[in-house]
Design a protein around this ligand. Structure first.
Ligand SMILES: [Zn+2]
Length: 246
């Protein structure tokens, strides 16, 4: 019996155990370079919406002077360019996620009517900042950019906008002007005799003088870099407003 069993074992064919066989690796991979597949698109979480920088900010922007009560004329026509800058800045503010409203006085024929129309419109707006767009003019030689505020106004806001314009133009950043004790920051002019600023005291208001319409270099730089200047103004407003709570 035993011999039959052993005999049977002896004659049984013994096969060596099979070596495990791995599936072939895709081309370009070997055992040291195995790529981890990316999850399928449908398995990825949707990207969180990134808030735009200007969300929550509201700005009221008006054209200095009016269609029938013209401003300065030189190489550039101030009212034509005031209108273009308002449109450009408002577009950029919206692109940055801010709310922006615009005003163009098409009807006034006297300075008093014009100032009243602009101030009345601004007061009706629910805005965080009031902005008037102007260009400067003097003797053809004077040049550069500046922003005007009242002597107790927001010099930091005015300075930020002026610096942004001076880089985008590029324009000379005009030195601080007005009361020498109070005027601290370059690009800022302090004036207490402007109807726009005097009429709007409830919130930050600035009067922008982009550059000089009668200076050849300023006019050329403005024409070449309009879009950059509009964007720089809008971005400076957003940045100032964002940093206000810091
Ligand atoms: Zn003006």
């Amino acid at each position: 019996m035993l011999s039959r069993i052993f005999g049977a074992n002896k004659t049984a064919e013994v096969k060596p155990p099979l070596a495990p066989v791995a599936p072939p690796l895709p081309p370009g991979q070997d055992e040291d370079h195995v790529f981890v597949p990316l999850p399928n698109e449908e398995e990825q979480l949707p990207a969180a919406a990134i808030p735009l920088p200007g969300e929550g900010l509201s700005v009221a922007v008006s054209m200095g002077h009016g269609e029938r009560i013209r401003g300065a004329k030189g190489i550039l026509d101030e009212v034509v360019e005031n209108r273009a800058v308002v449109m450009g800045v408002v577009d950029c503010l919206k692109k940055f996620g801010a709310k922006a409203v615009e005003f163009y006085d098409e009807t006034s024929t006297t300075v008093a009517q014009n100032i009243s129309a602009i101030v009345t419109w601004h007061k009706k707006q629910e805005a965080d900042i009031d902005v008037a767009i102007h260009f400067n003019a003097f003797n053809g030689q004077a040049h550069g950019t500046e922003v005007i505020v009242k002597s107790d106004g927001n010099q930091d806001l005015a300075n930020r906008v002026a610096v942004a314009m001076s880089m985008a133009g590029p324009f000379r950043l005009r030195p601080a002007q007005g009361d020498p004790i109070k005027a601290k920051l370059p690009g800022v002019a302090l004036r207490d005799n402007l109807g726009f600023l005097n009429g709007l005291r409830a919130r930050p208001s600035i009067l922008i003088e982009v550059c000089f319409v009668d200076n050849a270099n300023d006019a050329e730089n403005y024409r070449k870099n309009k879009n950059e200047i509009h964007e720089a103004i809008a971005f400076a407003l957003v940045e100032w407003w964002k940093g206000k709570g810091d």
